[in-house]
Design a protein around this ligand. Structure first.
Ligand SMILES: [Zn+2]
Ligand SMILES: [Zn+2]
Length: 156
């Protein structure tokens, strides 16, 4: 068999040292609101593509991958992999299911056509999450004269 398979998607970390191909479509797109995912992201829920282990191919920077293991509430180990240079969260390996890999959707070069299938750990959603729906919105950075909703800044 000639190995001429082309990736369906490609991705990389922020600095570009770690690169990967996805050789098949994901099985599921999960938004995870759990405390651990929010903690490592700095606040946002994790955007996770569930893929078969064999369909994730590292094409550069494998030696750059750092790893941090955390026990989930289930007691099983969750290994979180990230670029040791730029800190981008990239993959997760689950003790519970070693045949799959979790790939962070934000690392994909092209995210067109992706739609979240399911949200999990909604009970861990922080109270401020709902305020996104009513927050002020700018298409890009906020304008220089924007003082937000903080009354202390409106006075001047
Ligand atoms: Zn990087
Ligand atoms: Zn999570």
């Amino acid at each position: 068999m000639i190995n001429d398979a082309r990736p369906v998607r490609t991705g990389r970390c922020l600095c570009g040292e770690v690169r990967f191909d996805l050789m098949a479509s994901h099985k599921l797109f999960v938004s995870c609101q759990c405390r651990d995912c929010r903690h490592v992201s700095g606040g946002a829920p994790a955007a996770i593509l569930v893929v078969d282990r064999r369909d994730l191919r590292l094409t550069a920077g494998e030696e750059q991958l750092g790893s941090f293991g955390v026990r989930a509430e289930s007691g099983r180990l969750v290994e979180r992999q990230f670029c040791a240079t730029c800190g981008t969260q990239m993959f997760e390996i689950l003790e519970m299911d070693p045949e799959i890999r979790l790939v962070k959707a934000g690392t994909l070069s092209d995210q067109d056509g992706l739609e979240v299938d399911v949200t999990v750990w909604q009970q861990s959603e922080p109270s401020w999450w709902a305020s996104l729906a009513t927050s002020d919105v700018f298409e890009r950075h906020f304008s220089d004269d924007y003082h937000g909703r903080n009354p202390s800044k409106d006075a001047g």
